[in-house]
Design a protein around this ligand. Structure first.
Ligand code: SF4
Ligand code: SF4
Length: 446
């Protein structure tokens, strides 16, 4: 039988807090673990996104309070707030906030991509390598995103009903917004002054790991972090939006096996058994052969550095690796069952410090240099006329609706829940109004 949750973990679950950094993993699980070091991941290495910086700037004490709560819950004696050294004033502000606090410190990170990848971050800060296919807690570390800790500090006051995101790129007023969950992409773009070009798309979640969004009626979720609006003709939109068949056809004929994708892969440089050039090679092989060679993708974190920076042919090894992992999962092949899993501990490559990729260089390579600008937090509250709140915006099982169409709800009220014995978190109304649709999402109208 599962252990009962601690009072704090229960509160975190009831507040519907998830990892706001993208994965949407329920935060109560981390709050229930035992750790030595708690890290606040403020690396924010996705080019142009600034919401973590803005939260740290405007809600410094909340983030520090969230970290202290997490340290108490996990028993961690050290709490480290990791921020890029280039944000000099912000670093100083956060240092002043934690000065004199036992066990708390700020760590300055280099401006490289992907500094925020948990495996890289834990290695940089704790000098520990997470076991292949594992998670930070296995080496005594718990990592949380800035916004997650902000939400944690407020769990007592109420549930997660707003989300922070940066709206930038080809918009008239790039900014960071705090919006009710379920607000549409279209409204977020319009609050950023609207698109500055006629025919546009967006990268939802960032230029590197985000996905292409063409449908702007989509709602924001607890894990939304940013929309980068770009002309549809921009190379990034074209490349990220290319279909699997096209990526594989071109990869098969154009990959010259130079192996640069592997040589610069951040996970390979940490000593993990990942070699994207071998996965590319497998495009030429029979399905049986592919099953073997594709296992060189199993430890890929899908950072897309190989595709969008390293490959001189502009091929898509990162996407090919992601597709290979999905194919292997269908065949029940995981790292645990892989022939590559020989039980060997990883060892960082001695060349690693000389192969870190500066974000500045990456931005130029991505064709985003013209869009580099400040995106300050807009402090006014925005009240949309309607919201669509997804019942599944977290890892685990979807929430089950606990409201009916026609029912009146208040902002903050429970509208979907997950049984205690299942992984997942509840969802709450982000505006007051009347429930108009109950399906995979709950729509509320004022
Ligand atoms: S970098 Fe590009 S061309 Fe070179 S091996 Fe990787 S996918 Fe092939
Ligand atoms: S996306 Fe490419 S660079 Fe990133 S971890 Fe996977 S193989 Fe390595």
């Amino acid at each position: 039988m599962a252990e009962p949750l601690s009072p704090l973990a229960r509160r975190v679950r009831q507040a519907g807090i998830v990892g706001a950094g993208g994965g949407g993993f329920p935060a109560y699980v981390k709050a229930s673990s035992k750790a030595e070091i708690a890290i606040v991941n403020g690396a924010e290495c996705e080019p142009l996104l600034q919401k973590d910086q803005e939260i740290l700037e405007h809600f410094t004490s909340d983030v520090a309070a969230g970290l202290k709560l997490l340290m108490r819950a996990t028993g961690a004696s050290k709490g480290v707030i990791a921020i890029k050294a280039k944000h000099k004033e912000l670093v100083e502000k956060v240092e002043a906030e934690v000065k004199g606090e036992k066990g708390l410190s700020v760590r300055r990170l280099a401006d490289v991509y992907p500094a925020g990848d948990e495996f890289c971050l834990v290695y940089e800060i704790a000098g520990r390598l997470i076991p292949p296919g594992g998670i930070p807690i296995q080496v005594g570390v718990v990592v949380n995103n800035v916004e997650t800790l902000y939400n944690l500090s407020r769990a007592e006051k109420g549930p997660v009903i707003d989300t922070f995101l940066t709206v930038t790129g080809a918009v008239k007023k790039p900014c960071t917004l705090k919006l009710p969950i379920g607000t549409s992409f279209a409204e977020a773009v319009s609050l950023a002054g609207g698109a500055a070009v006629k025919d546009y798309a967006a990268l939802d979640g960032g230029a590197m790991m985000g996905r292409v969004a063409m449908d702007f009626t989509q709602p924001l979720t607890k894990t939304s972090s940013g929309l980068i609006v770009l002309p549809r003709s921009h190379a990034l939109i074209q490349r990220k939006g290319a279909l699997r068949g096209a990526d594989e056809r071109i990869g098969k004929s154009a990959c010259d096996q130079c192996s640069l994708c592997t040589e610069l892969c951040p996970r390979y440089l940490l000593g993990y058994a990942i070699q994207p050039h071998k996965v590319m090679r497998s495009l030429l092989f029979s399905p049986q052969d592919r099953k073997t060679w594709n296992q060189w993708s199993l430890l890929c974190c899908e950072c897309q550095l190989c595709a969008l920076y390293s490959c001189p042919e502009n091929l898509a090894p990162g996407k090919v690796c992601a597709a290979a992992k999905a194919d292997l999962a269908k065949e029940d092949i995981s790292w645990k069952s892989s022939f590559l899993n020989a039980g060997q501990a990883p060892k960082a490559h001695p060349i690693r410090p000389f192969r870190l990729v500066p974000v500045k260089q990456l931005i130029h390579r991505l064709g985003l240099a013209d869009y580099q600008t400040e995106a300050p937090l807009v402090r006014e509250d925005y009240a949309p006329e309607s919201v669509r709140i997804l019942l599944k915006q977290h890892a685990g099982v979807p929430a089950k609706p606990v409201v009916k169409a026609g029912q009146k709800v208040e902002r903050g009220e429970l509208i979907g829940d997950v049984p205690e014995d299942q992984l997942g978190v509840p969802v709450h109304a982000s505006i007051s109004g009347t429930v108009s649709v109950v399906g995979d999402y709950i729509e509320i109208r004022r």
